[in-house]
Design a protein around this ligand. Structure first.
Ligand code: NAD
Length: 341
């Protein structure tokens, strides 16, 4: 059994990971350390051992691994301290604030032999898995345009996410998820990036961004995070050589329209559009297309901690590899850089 101590018992540490770990054989949460006394009270009420200090947790021989679920700016120091104290680490995303920080952490992981693994949980989101499946199996042909968006209207939530020194802002928050999904799916190096960050709300950090990414294999992607969007655009909009798919939201509403026959360009029926007529924008003939529902693909998200256990105990290959995490951080750095110009 791997005993896990949680460092940072806030939203993610207390609810998400606690619940996730509970369902797993071989892994259990036994104790907690948080700098806020009220969070320690919550941990105590949940039957977990509250540690008075980080040092107390890290010097407890019954603890095998820690989960780092604090604000982003302290992921590095906590991960390094844990590994040099002989503990394996699961770290929340964004793993670090820069590739340099991650390189320092990986160096310590290599030197100490302790596992460092990042919780990129949105690789198991159903909406993403459906698009990834389309990318791989090509039911609407080769995907050549991928648009991935998340839109909210509530601004930046919480406290530390507004501040640069804590690693706040939406590129490091939601951006890291969407970019991780994109790089995990598209098996080609990034060729070009252009981007624009949004500061509409007057925070010192970005409240959203739009990034255009072109891959060496020709695939073009648009990744957008918005927190000032009272009307959402679809979560995914993808075009393939033989059709188009849209997934509106996390409830997986949406559709796939697939070309099944030849479009008769000479006999298109014009439609009235505004003050004019158009053949170009008239809907494709029903004989030439079929509309299909979005079909869920199987996901094994519970596999994250199972894999962590196997990596620690059986030297298995990590589901989330540190090189992949580094590629995402490098892309984030590139987006910050090009957005400045
Ligand atoms: P939060 O503010 O709810 O919780 C953070 C907790 O860390 C707080 O209780 C705070 O007191 C504690 N803390 C701060 N500094 C500490 C330190 N030095 N030592 C010990 N405890 C400390 O934040 P959150 O929303 O839970 O986010 C935490 C981490 O989880 C962030 O890195 C965030 O990006 C990540 N996160 C990931 C997902 C996901 O889907 N994977 C979702 C939300 C948050």
């Amino acid at each position: 059994m791997l005993n896990i101590g949680i460092i940072g018992y806030g939203g993610m540490g207390s609810y998400h990971h606690r619940e996730l770990i509970k369902q797993k054989d071989g892994v259990q949460v036994t104790g907690v350390y948080d700098i806020k006394s009220e969070r320690m009270e919550v941990a105590k009420e949940a039957g977990l051992k509250p540690y008075k200090s980080l040092e107390e947790l890290l010097s407890d021989d019954t603890i095998d691994a820690v989960l780092v679920a604090t604000p982003n700016d302290v992921h590095k120091e906590l991960s390094i301290q844990a590994m040099t104290s002989g503990k394996h680490v699961v770290c929340e995303k964004p793993a670090m604030m820069s590739t340099q920080e991650l390189d320092d952490v990986i160096k310590v992981s290599n030197e100490t032999g302790q596992v460092f693994m990042v919780h990129q949980n949105r690789r198991w989101d159903n909406d993403f898995l459906i698009i990834q499946d389309m990318y791989q199996k090509k039911p609407i042909g080769e995907l050549f345009q991928i648009e991935s968006r998340v839109h909210g209207a509530n601004g930046i939530p919480g406290d530390w996410r507004h501040l640069e020194k804590h690693g706040g802002g939406m590129l490091l928050d939601w951006g890291v998820h969407l970019l991780d999904q994109l790089l995990f799916m598209v098996d080609s190096p990034v060729k070009e990036v252009s981007a624009d960050l949004s500061y509409i709300l007057g925070d010192e950090v970005d409240d959203g961004f739009i990034a255009d990414i072109t891959f060496e294999n020709g695939v073009k992607a648009l990744v957008e995070v918005g927190t000032t969007n009272f009307v959402k655009l679809p979560r995914w909009y993808v075009k393939g050589l033989e059709g188009t798919a849209v997934i509106d939201d996390w409830d997986l509403s949406g559709k796939v329209v697939k070309q099944t026959g030849v479009i008769d360009h000479h006999n298109l029926v014009p439609i009235k559009a505004g003050q004019g007529l158009t053949k170009t924008m008239s809907p494709p003939s029903e004989d030439a297309t079929t509309t299909l529902p979005i079909v869920e693909v199987e996901a094994d998200y519970d596999g994250f901690y199972q894999n962590f256990y196997d990596v620690v105990v059986n030297n298995a290959t990590p589901i989330v590899k540190n090189e992949e995490v580094r590629d995402v951080l490098a892309l984030i750095e590139r987006i910050f850089e090009v957005a400045k110009i």
